[in-house]
Design a protein around this ligand. Structure first.
Ligand SMILES: Cc1cc2nc3c(=O)[nH]c(=O)nc-3n(C[C@H](O)[C@H](O)[C@H](O)COP(=O)(O)OP(=O)(O)OC[C@H]3O[C@@H](n4cnc5c(N)ncnc54)[C@H](O)[C@@H]3O)c2cc1C
Length: 542
């Protein structure tokens, strides 16, 4: 059975909040007009043409025998609903009809079914794309065929269980399809938390976090996701692979880290054992303003190197601070701006600091340590209202992006990291590349940047770009992204937490060397000899 070609309304994935809900204040629009040259224009949404499924009948019957026919989805809207991720170009595709649609969606219920489906894909030579929340912004879930006659999406959302909790060791085993909020809800029942809160938290999954080496907004306190991984259960074409028996080991290289970050190209992660923490009993978030990027980075570096780090440490550059104020609008923002001017702050850089502690005394001690590390650095304290406003709005970015796209703004983010000694050079290089690529007589881009992940030796840089959309929106962003990647290559990493996917694959060799790419390809050949797993991602085709 195959579905017929269909014209389908792409509303299903074209926005973060299906049905809308995002909204920009009037003064934000006025600011965009003045600052970027925006002439607001409604975004046309055309229907997406869904091709017929090319899945061979024998493969479909074999998959149905494993998961049940109701979990082999071949109808157009089901396939369209798992086509592609959520980058700006993906979202443009949804609006303009350029979407790579898989031939079927398979919905396994447990790790055993995942293993059987992989073996069946090998038998029928069908490509398979692991799909968690589908929030990839680097083309990681694009249904590329890469020489296969058909490709299916493996939707992991039925793997949604807390398998075990060891409260003595503080280790929880979660299935791969558990989403961020579900993980917190299930762990919260016993007073635990994972502490992993990326901006995509509401949709992304445990398997996706592991497969992409994700990093959450509270990484200063809880660490990157990879630091939480204790054990992994992985389905591969060569059979099931279980990794990790102890918190640390000298039994050769740590092979868990061959799987963490492998983006579905080496195997499908079905379960992850994760270090969890006691839920904090006390929380406090505060805002501070420093004058200029140099003072801001000095503060963040001191916190990273001299102890006293909070749970959240996040510094916006002057441009991001301006964007934050402008898009929020309202009288309160006006009051803060006037207050900062009166205090003589020429280039406000917002620093959000958050502390979470097991009780009030613990929290107070952490806060004291932070403020001690910042002693002598001129700063304006804005208090808890600003810190708490950030905490409450910390997952709002995708909704704001929807609203900006609706009025004709090209809005996208990209990220990197480097050592402290090269951080300014890298920020300048990326800013210049984006400006040069996007500036025209009618359009002026705003390039904003923040640090939200810092280490003793360096930090990440996260850029947000706003510019009026051109008549060739795909070409406009493709050129800007290429320019930014070329500026990054050789100075910083091509990705601090968004992963490689398709978009960053051309820059991988510059970072890890041709030898490194050969090593990854050799691993892929060993685990996935016929190349069914996530064709065309990470290392292309081995
Ligand atoms: C608005 C927005 C904000 C974001 N903010 C952050 C952020 O703050 N921090 C951050 O780290 N990332 C962020 N991201 C990127 C993205 O959310 C992360 O990469 C996330 O880890 C992906 O999880 P997912 O479940 O959606 O995975 P998917 O998008 O479904 O998949 C991502 C990749 O992992 C593979 N994969 C998924 N599940 C498995 C599995 N079980 N086994 C093997 N491979 C698998 C896929 O094939 C794909 O290559 C953001 C994305 C968006 C759209």
């Amino acid at each position: 059975m195959t579905s017929t070609p269909d014209q389908i309304d792409p509303g299903l994935r074209a926005t973060w909040t299906a049905g809308g809900g995002a909204h920009l204040p009037a003064d934000a629009l006025a600011w965009l007009r003045e600052r970027t040259g925006l002439r607001p224009s409604a975004t046309p949404v055309t229907e997406v043409a869904v091709p017929e499924s090319a899945l061979p009948e024998a493969a479909r019957a074999a998959f149905a025998a494993i998961v049940g026919p109701e979990h082999v989805l071949v109808l157009g809207d089901d396939r369209l609903g798992r086509a592609g991720g959520l980058s700006y170009l993906d979202l443009l595709g949804w609006r303009g009809g350029e979407v790579v649609v898989p031939d079927a969606v398979l919905r396994p219920a447990d790790p055993g079914q995942v293993q059987s489906l992989i073996e069946s894909c090998v038998e029928h030579d069908v490509g398979l794309v692991p799909f968690g929340g589908g929030t990839s912004v680097v083309g990681g879930v694009k249904a590329l065929r890469a020489g296969k006659s058909a490709v299916v999406v493996l939707d992991l959302t039925r793997l949604d269980k807390l398998v075990a909790l060891d409260p003595v060791s503080r280790v929880a085993v979660l299935q791969a399809g558990v989403t961020g909020p579900e993980a917190e809800r299930m762990l919260g029942a016993s007073g635990h938390t994972l502490g992993h809160f990326p901006q995509s938290f509401e949709r992304a999954t445990i398997g996706g976090f592991a497969a992409t080496r994700s990093s959450g907004q509270a990484s200063a306190g809880y660490g990157r996701f990879e630091a939480m991984v204790e054990r992994l259960r992985v389905a591969t074409p060569r059979g099931e692979w279980r990794l990790g028996v102890a918190p640390a080991s000298a039994a050769g290289p740590d092979l868990r880290h061959l799987v963490v970050g492998s983006e579905g190209a080496f195997g499908v992660i079905t379960e992850v054992a994760l270090r969890v923490r006691r839920e904090p009993a006390a929380r406090r978030y505060e805002g501070f303003v420093l004058d200029g990027w140099a003072a801001g980075t000095d503060a963040v570096r001191r916190l990273a190197q001299d102890g006293g780090r909070g749970t959240v440490v996040r510094l916006s550059d002057p441009q991001e601070t301006e964007v934050g104020f402008a898009l929020k609008g309202g009288w309160k923002t006006g009051v803060v701006r006037r207050y900062l001017r009166a205090r003589g702050v020429a280039e406000p850089c917002l620093l959000v600091l958050g502390w979470e502690g097991r009780d009030k005394a613990d929290l107070a001690a952490r806060r004291r340590a932070t403020l001690r590390a910042l002693r002598g650095l001129p700063k304006v304290a804005l208090g808890t209202p600003v810190g708490e406003a950030w905490r409450h709005g910390r997952f709002a970015g995708p909704r704001q992006r929807d609203a900006l796209m609706e009025v004709g703004v090209c809005v996208e983010t990209l990220e990197t990291a480097t050592r402290w000694s090269r951080l300014d050079e890298l920020r300048e290089a990326v800013r210049t590349a984006l400006f040069d690529s996007l500036t025209t007589a009618e359009r002026t881009p705003v390039v904003a940047c923040h640090i939200s992940h810092s280490y003793e030796t360096g930090a990440s840089l996260y850029f947000t770009v706003l510019v009026p959309r051109s008549a060739d929106p795909v070409g406009q962003w493709t050129a800007a992204k290429r320019a930014a990647c070329e500026a990054i290559a050789g100075v910083g990493t091509i990705s601090h937490h968004h992963a490689v996917g398709v978009d960053h694959a051309p820059y991988l060799a510059e970072e890890i060397g041709e030898l490194g790419v050969d090593v990854l390809r050799a691993v892929k050949r060993e685990l996935d000899p016929t190349g069914v797993l996530n064709p065309g991602k990470l290392v292309g085709d081995a």
